[in-house]
Ligand binder design. Sequence first.
Ligand code: GUN
Ligand code: ZN
Length: 445
Amino acid sequence: MSSTATAVRGPLVWFRGDPFLAGREETFVHESDGLLICQDGLITAAGDHAALRHLIPPGTEVVHYPDHVITAGFVDTHVHYVQTGIIAAFGSQLIDWLNHYTFVEEQRFSDAAYARTVASSFCDELLRNGTTTALTFCAVYPDSVDALFEEATRRDMRMAGGKVLMDRNAPEPLLDTARSGYDDSKALLERWHGKGRNLYAITPRFAPTSTPEQLEAAGALWREHPDALVHTHVSENTGEISWVRSLFPDRAGYLDVYDHYGLLGHRAVLAHGVHLTRRERDRCAETGTAISHCPTSNLFLGSGLFHVHDAKDGRHPIHVGLGTDIGAGTSFSLLATMNEAYKVAELCNYPLDSVKAFFLATLGGARALGIDHQVGSLEAGHEADFVVLDPRATPLLAQRTSRVGDIEELLFVLAVMGDDRTVRATYVNGALAHDRDAAPGPSTA
Ligand code: GUN
Ligand code: ZN
């Protein structure tokens, strides 16, 4: 943890509430000349520079980012670090894609050295994209979980993840058993959950790859450790949904499988949810279960269009965050993910504005993971994870952003045109963790 103070000046943007449910004035904060003061990894003050400058600890150098936009570090609510190597695998929908590409690649993680290399580049790639927290699937192998948390710890990131549970319908080398999956998950949870900034997620892959016994054991483990997360997939693809019905004929539907085994609730994050019924969405709302909206993946695999406005319906709103879903997703960038979320919403006749999109990528994601008291906001008391966006990152972006009329339009252009080049700097726990313009280190070749 940083023991020195950090002070950063520039335009600030963050959220105090959910703009899907309340007005801009109550939920959205914009300081055109803001100041952020951080001490020992926490934000101690955020607001107008002129009003707060007297709080800057003596001797602290103020880093000034004029004409940038500083916001909370992005939260990726669904990603598979073990699929980093298979982004852009051609030509299949979900089940074929899993069999042809994913299950082949994930077997490589039986090699702990390979896991370490990928975990390291994964964490670097998150930071290059302004993502300071991710909820990630690991492989079935416990070493792949150690590799992730060790690399995240080296970078001081708030990271959530877990070992995949799979005891059927996958290649034999990837299978655990209900007993070994429970034992391994429990040992990993006890080793990593709450250690430093790490959080453990109990991670059944999806209903088709777990027996009822394994789902029962996963539910039991969550009851023993209710402050851990649960992370899985739901209702992504219509063929997958039919398969779940045939595997679990006694259950009312896909969501009811997880409900039956005690896997819904606050801090349970279900990826996709594209085809959830209204009744299932209501059940998510009732139980506090969150959905990770993964637009680049849903388009890439031809899974369908997630209706974000139905999920945030005022009568039964669900916690929703954005997920890149690498490697079915096609970009690590939450800006690129907002761009696709906007287009998907347009196809559903819903204008997803920039304020709502940035909420989903920051505080909305933190709420989905149940850590909004810690990350996802620049409000004093939060952990000092933030990102500095550059509206002039490319000539075209500079041309376009020079014409914007207000902060909402600027955020919209950043969301639609932005990518990793737009991330000028990423701060983690109060310290600079990625500087786009830093001189490259010495070549090791
Ligand atoms: N459903 C079960 N496993 C996966 C996976 O690895 N990726 C996606 N997109 N969906 C899944
Ligand atoms: Zn996924």
